[in-house]
Write a protein that binds this ligand. Sequence first.
Ligand SMILES: [Zn+2]
Length: 481
Amino acid sequence: MVKRLIFLTGSKYKVNTDLLQLQNSDGYSVVSMIEISMEEAVQLCREGEKLLPEEKKAIVNERLKMLVSYAKKHSAYFRKLYSDIDENNFSLEDLPPVTKSELMKCYEDWVTDPDITYDGVIEYVNTPIETRSSYLGKYSALMTSGTSGNPMPMVRDSYHNIIHGTLIQTRFLKNVDEHILDPKYNKLATIIFTDPSVSSYSSFLKVKALNPDYSDNMLAISLQEGSESIIKKLNDFQPDLLTAYPSTIGPLISAAEEGRLSIHLKAIGFSAEVLSPETRCRAEAAFNCPVLNNYCSTEGGEAAMACKLGNLHINDDWVIIEPIDKDGNPVKDGEWSEGIYVTDLTNYVQPVIRYYMNDSVKITRTCGCGMNLPIMEINGRVLEEIQVEGKRLSGLVILHSLHEVKDLYTYQVAHVSEGCFELRAEFANGADKEKILNDFSRELNEYLLNNGCREVTVKLSSEPPRHNAKGGKIKEFVKGF
Ligand SMILES: [Zn+2]
């Protein structure tokens, strides 16, 4: 019924803007679902890696223009928000940014298909994975993890799913066995919060349900188990691919270095949290395999993926990341941002256009791997301001000195009482914990004194960082009193 929306023809980059309309039974034109074949998606993604800046700019502008005009036509929320926007003559910066809380207030105005309801999506995502097919017969749906307030449902159309799936195949898995995620060919182990409301675990269950004959090739281990039990299970299972949160991998790296964990991985994958360069290098060496790492979100999809050199390249032909300061002004390349606006050029059913997220990132442009995609470093979720002695201080500054410390895998700074902070951390074997603690204490106190606060004591906790019960991510700063 409906043919492809965007494709590249011949050697020149052209965009086909034929937007075909579907009609519902009442004769109104409704969703014009965009279809694209896997072959076309693969071609677009492969070519996208090599586009010259002016070619990419033209294609991205065209994709944005179509998304905006579609959103304006089919989403009551965007129709109102963009009432002053001339669809044929605007730039990205002209579009007002949006926030999760605003969008959640009018969820059903936001989506472009009138059959989608908030309650309907919630009911769908709460149906057991084994028994459900697609939402409304055509969409996938999932919830954001609960780390920043209330979970939000996200509906994705097949266009989003095909493009983002192809990005995984062509860019994320570029340097590994192309079937690495497929339980037909490989044994997959994951250390995860075994709670079906956590999106990565629900994806795991979905793959398992789709491959009933190979379910023995998939093992999920709860990250709340002790590391000895995890090591034993991994030794018994002998996975080809291990996926984990960066914060859970420290004890396993140590065990592999000591020979207590003996597995022969084709790849190790990380997700959800920031992977520090130190953890990446140690994992690569300890398991002697490529490290897969990406930066994605339920809202924006597959925004960036690590190349063979470990740098995160932004898929900026499909997902636009705009680093911004605290007032929403653009931040230059090479400087840390306080947040970002994300635009997913592929989701036509629940459009994500200049959507605010509180991630601190830094964009640079060149990498030795040969891909013409910008590199992004990520410094984690920017924290709310931290209050010490009634003064408002930047959580980012307090944690910054821990970001690239040798032999430090994961950390959490807990403000446990008025004059006392605690460092909860996972260290590498042989780490000089005393030095790491003293360095951190010195920098923290310097910052506090500079801001008119009294000196504080910083202790090393015997506990590792505590996981957030929802979503499984570690909050890097917590207040404990
Ligand atoms: Zn690279």
